[in-house]
Each structure stands twice: as structure tokens, then as C-alpha cells.
Design a protein around this ligand. Structure first.
Ligand SMILES: Nc1ncnc2c1ncn2[C@@H]1O[C@H](COP(=O)(O)OP(=O)(O)OP(=O)(O)O)[C@@H](O)[C@H]1O
Ligand SMILES: [Mg+2]
Length: 144
């Protein structure tokens, strides 16, 4: 049996890494012959990686040297195909769970996970041995 394609990319927990996460997902889905998933997958990984950066990182791409010398957190984007689904996951070092709200029209934020829920067949999170958690979302390979 062909091994399922899998990829992983560790990134700094900085806002600019969201673009790199999107690019990674885009390139791998194209490579794996799943170009029809790219648009949706890019939206999902943008929301999940933005949340991961917010939970653990700097709000700017140019923290001061002093801040940098105190250490930079990482996030990690994972992508794999399991059966009929492509799974996008993002690890961060925070133990706080993602909390899907129900944003109304006046709210400035709180829509990211609502969007993920609308686009994915399922989403969830799991804590990781050694620390942090992975937030994941599944897309159906056939029908997207
Ligand atoms: N990776 C995460 N780690 C910790 N908390 C998270 C994570 N992802 C989401 N959350 C929590 O869940 C809440 C809802 O996330 P969601 O993405 O829906 O909204 P938001 O990030 O607050 O706003 P928006 O995505 O619309 O800019 C967040 O405000 C945060 O409290
Ligand atoms: Mg968000």
C-alpha cells in the first residue's frame, strides 16, 4: 500500500508565518494531486495558524532584539491524507483550548473557528504529550 502523504513545517510564532503556512499547504496539496482542496485548505490553515500565533507568539513580525533573545515560540503545521480526508493541523505550545464562539455582527473577532467549522467536515483539538496541543480540521478529499 502507498504510504499516506504527510508533511510538517515548524515555524516561528510570528504573524508572517501564517503566509508560510498557507504556502506550505498550497504546495503540498498540488504535489499530492489535490488542487481542488487548496482554496479551502488555505483558509483553514490561515485561521488555525493565526490562532496559534495569537496564543503563543508576538503580535508583530519585528519584535525587538531583546525580546528575541528571550526566546521565540514555535508553531507547527501538519498536513496528511487519511482515507477519504485531508487533515490540516497546527500545533502550538499553549495548553489553552480553542473555544468556538458565536460571534454576532458587531463583534470584531471570534469568527475564525466558525469559518473552520463551516468549511471542515470535522474539527477538534488534542493535547500533545510533552506539551501544547494540536488543533485539527478535516476536509473531504472527494467532494471539495
Ligand atoms: N490555538 C489556540 N490556543 C488557545 N486558544 C485558542 C486557540 N485558537 C482559538 N483559541 C481561543 O478560541 C477563541 C475563538 O477563536 P476564533 O479563531 O474563532 O476567534 P478569534 O481568533 O478570537 O477572532 P478571529 O479569528 O475572528 O480574528 C479565541 O479568541 C481564543 O480564545
Ligand atoms: Mg482566530
Amino acid at each position: 500500500m502507498e504510504p499516506s502523504p504527510t508533511s510538517r513545517l515548524a515555524l516561528a510564532a510570528l504573524p508572517g508565518s501564517v503566509r508560510a503556512a498557507r504556502r506550505h499547504v498550497h504546495d503540498h496539496l498540488r504535489l499530492w494531486g489535490l488542487p481542488h482542496l487548496i482554496e479551502t485548505a488555505e483558509l483553514v490553515v490561515s485561521e488555525l495558524s493565526t490562532n496559534a500565533v495569537k496564543a503563543t507568539g508576538f503580535p508583530t513580525d519585528s519584535p525587538s532584539y531583546g525580546e528575541l533573545s528571550n526566546g521565540l515560540n514555535a508553531i507547527c503545521v501538519g498536513l496528511y491524507v487519511a482515507g477519504a480526508c485531508a487533515v490540516i493541523e497546527v500545533w502550538d505550545s499553549s495548553d489553552e483550548p480553542p473555544l468556538r464562539g458565536d460571534a454576532d455582527l458587531d463583534d470584531e473577532g471570534g469568527r475564525g473557528l466558525l469559518l473552520v467549522e463551516a468549511l471542515a467536515t470535522r474539527w477538534g483539538f488534542r493535547r500533545v504529550e510533552g506539551g501544547g496541543k494540536v488543533v485539527w480540521a478535516e476536509l473531504k478529499v472527494e467532494t471539495q
